[in-house]
Design a protein. Sequence first.
Length: 296
Amino acid sequence: MKLTDIGRLLLLAAIWGASFLCIRVAVPAFGPGSLMTGRVGLAALFLAIIGLLWQKRLIWRGKVRHFLLLGLINSALPFFLFAYAAHWLTASVLSVLNATAPIWGAVLGVLFFRQPLSARLAFGLLLGVTGVGILVGFDAVVLQPDAGLAIAAGAGAACCYGLATHYTRRAEAVEPFANAHGSMWGALLCLLPVALLQPPVAEPTVWQAGALLMLGVLCTGVAYLLYFALVRDIGATPTLTVTFLIPVFGVSWGALFLGETVGWHTLVGALTVLTGTALVTGVSLTKLWQQMYAKA
């Protein structure tokens, strides 16, 4: 793998890790509904501009239902749930919960899609659940009112990503950029009624408005472009390492900019979750990095 590819992979992880920081900053003013409606709206406009520049026209015919469903389960619902959870949970906890998406995908695969439950998969699921338990069980967040609902919301958001993975594998193949662009408009249509029912709760500060702008343009629009470029240039499997890098940046940004405490339970819980995720996805990180460097 070229040094520039490694740099882009780290940049993508840093951007997606920063999304939880931005949510934590902006949600007190905007509320979950308005914040995430703004996020997907800005991302949809950004990708529309990119589509015009690249001369990639979005074809809606026969795909409206697909874009709406993908937008709901891969963006609108998980974004909203993470924003709700951000009222109580730290950016560190949110980023680690996000990394459990493959674990939830495996659970859904066993329960609903006849995926066999191997010993490796069972052990990975057990590690994932144990890691989340360590992460939140020793955190002061569990003492807050409604903390249980917040943890369930964060886990539910990750579960949505797992469900979206199963859906996209079975849905009609759509070009990746069109999927990203169309699903943002689908997510916007899903979230608009929520935003109308839940307007911003306070006048946002400059920092909170900037966090919303960063969420929509950088953490969603630009991140999608980076992701698909990496899949094209180095392949889908090496790009999967971003799953393991996001919590590193999520924890770091939370500690650096929000003063969040990084205790032993944060590090041990994150490591346990990521080990479980590696087992569930069948990824050997050693072999994966060897494959990446072999492409250099």
